[in-house]
Write a protein of this length. Structure first.
Length: 147
């Protein structure tokens, strides 16, 4: 990890890693180490575990934004999809690898450039082939979307 500008990778600093002059990676988050070619373009993503389970986070950078300066809706849906899939996989024993069959998404706010975003799943049921869950995406402690 290096440079702290909106278009480059992030610099590791202690105890928090600074992403820009306004945003830092909150304590407890570590780089998500399982991305593939698609998620490499979406990130950088971070993860942590808390008392409710897996939380994904990222800072809205220039390449995440639409022309209005908000995080693109497709990015937020992608974050929810990743959060739901990975959280279901990691809470199952043995781990399950689920495919998304349906997503309904409600935008109830916006995420602006420079804001830290967190996503967390709330599971109702996880089976061997299907899971039922909600994903809540928060910006500044407030919900910006519900899936």
């Amino acid at each position: 990890m290096s440079a702290a500008d909106d278009n480059g990778p992030l610099e590791r600093r202690s105890p928090e890693r600074t992403m820009s002059a306004e945003v830092t990676v909150p304590e407890g988050f570590v780089p998500y180490t399982e991305p593939g070619p698609f998620l490499d373009r979406v990130g950088p993503l971070y993860e942590r575990y808390d008392d409710r389970g897996l939380v994904f986070g990222f800072c809205v950078l220039a390449h995440h934004c639409n022309r209005r300066g908000f995080a693109h809706g497709g990015l937020l849906v992608t974050l929810a999809d990743v959060t739901l899939g990975k959280a279901a996989e990691r809470r199952s024993d043995p781990p399950v690898s689920l495919l998304t069959t349906s997503i309904t998404y409600d935008f109830i706010g916006v995420a602006r450039r420079g804001q830290w975003i967190e996503a967390q799943a709330d599971f109702k049921r996880v089976g061997r082939e299907i899971a039922f869950a909600n994903c809540y995406i928060r910006s500044g402690g407030r919900k910006s979307s519900h899936l």
